[in-house]
Design a protein around this ligand. Structure first.
Ligand SMILES: C[S@@+](CC[C@H](N)C(=O)[O-])C[C@H]1O[C@@H](n2cnc3c(N)ncnc32)[C@H](O)[C@@H]1O
Length: 431
């Protein structure tokens, strides 16, 4: 068995798209596993793989990207609470809300859901949360509830004082939050899927960006099956368009990448996967921000400087407030998501005029120029984003893509490795 056969089997088993994480990452993972098994021949390692389910698990642990943190994209959790209190609760008196986080990685996402509900005074007996991930290692860590500094990012960390106890090497999540989440190891592609439907809330963020088109389709089919008719489905920034193309309906809230099922009347019969693939080959592609451009970690704009919050004093009429400026950036992103690229470019340029050192805005400019096939400009913007934030993993990955398009495979590989190191390094900070 050659590496590309192992890659095909990884795609079949867990949906992994080699291009999305880079062949080198898979090659390194195989090498490390061969070293652990004291093997020097790929053929011998392939033999072990074909005989042992455990070795597959070991290899899968090496290729998955467990990057996550508490309250990743805070707006999503604010919106979730608003949805539950204003929409779900009035229609579901006496019922228990059921939420699913898949993939949940090391637990930060489902625990954030629990903390958001507790902060909003939602009765702890009125919600039940499940977390699932293919990585058994991640699930073990999630159950432990011990976290290092890499799990706490962003400005507002007040939740840490409320829900964690400080330990010598990190933070321990308090029992009353831990007990609100049930964890299970599970593969989203496995049928019959282990989780019990229906769920009122599903988080499936930053999984499909690593998947092949077939695996994304299967994942979305599963999500649709698991989501209740009035439920809400949160995906990642770069994934929402895929969900909409598949047949979900957008929830129009800037910066919150949510969808719901289409109501039956307005749900046109979805074309079969094969038909869709056929027709997409025939169509001229729409100019939209490419949802995935070989990222090793999600394109979720997590790592730039924080967007300014409003200052208390009222501004002069016509002068934008900090909040308006922040909204301008969110609006630019939203426009880009919708494929309105000239408008997005314009808004983002305006925003940069006021905030010239905003790493994520430079990154967005890079994405837009990349979509326009304007590689020189894209490169300049990605470089600026990296200059402002040397750990901007997404910018590193996109720059790697630009380099590889130019035929500079060595440079591209260097950038990818740097991104991978940063991404793994964050994980290793956890105890
Ligand atoms: C980047 S993390 C996302 C965690 C969280 N949803 C977030 O956005 O912060 C991706 C996770 O997907 C998991 N994963 C990959 N393939 C999977 C599959 N086929 N089924 C379930 N989980 C999978 C990985 O183990 C990894 O923990």
């Amino acid at each position: 068995m050659k590496q590309n056969m192992i890659e095909s089997l990884l795609e079949e088993k867990i949906g992994l798209d080699t291009a999305a994480i880079g062949r080198k990452v898979i090659e390194n993972a195989i090498r490390q596993r061969m070293d652990r098994c004291r093997l020097t021949s790929l053929r011998a390692y392939a033999k072990i793989l074909s005989d042992s389910n455990d070795e597959w698990k070991n290899l899968i642990e090496m290729v998955v990207v467990p990057e996550t943190w508490f309250f990743r994209n805070r707006k999503v959790f604010n919106y979730l609470v608003h949805f539950v209190k204003d929409s779900w609760e009035p229609k579901n008196r006496g019922r228990t809300l059921r939420a699913l986080s898949i993939p949940c990685s090391t637990g930060e996402e489902p625990y954030s859901i629990a903390m958001a509900f507790l902060d909003a005074d939602i009765n702890k007996d009125r919600f039940h949360i499940e977390g699932m991930d293919i990585s058994e290692e991640a699930i073990k860590k999630a159950r432990l509830g011990e976290y290092g500094s890499g799990s706490f990012r962003g400005k507002d960390l007040t939740f840490r004082d409320r829900y964690f106890r400080s330990k010598s090497h990190g933070y321990q999540l308090l029992e009353h939050v831990r007990e609100k989440v049930q964890f299970k190891a599970g593969n989203v592609l496995k049928t019959p899927f282990a989780a019990r439907a229906p769920f009122d809330v599903i988080f499936c963020r930053n999984l499909m960006i690593y998947m092949s088109p077939e695996a994304r389709d299967r994942t979305l089919e599963t999500m649709s099956r698991l989501l209740s008719e009035t439920g809400i489905f949160f995906c990642g920034h770069a994934e929402r368009q895929t969900a909409l193309d598949w047949g979900f309906e957008a929830v129009h809230e800037t910066g919150v990448f949510a969808c719901r099922k289409r109501c039956r009347e307005s749900n046109p019969k979805r074309p079969s996967v094969a038909a869709k693939r056929m027709s997409s080959k025939q169509q001229v592609p729409e100019k939209k921000i490419a949802p995935i451009r070989k990222p090793v970690v999600p394109v979720d704009f997590p790592s730039g400087r924080p967007i300014e919050r409003p200052k208390p004093a009222g501004p002069e009429v016509g002068v934008p407030t900090s909040q308006e400026k922040a909204d301008l950036f969110l609006e630019a992103r939203e426009m880009a998501d919708q494929g309105l690229l000239p408008k997005a470019l314009e808004l983002c340029q305006d925003f940069l005029g006021e905030n010239p050192v905003h790493a994520d805005a430079h990154f967005l400019m890079g994405l837009i120029h990349e979509t326009f096939n304007n590689n020189d400009k894209a490169e300049a913007f990605f470089n600026k984003a990296i200059y402002l934030n040397p750990e901007h993993v997404e910018a590193l990955n996109h720059l790697a893509f630009v380099e590889s398009q130019r035929g500079n495979e060595e440079g591209a590989e260097r950038l990818r490795r740097r991104a991978q190191r940063i991404s793994r390094g964050t994980m290793h900070r956890a105890p």
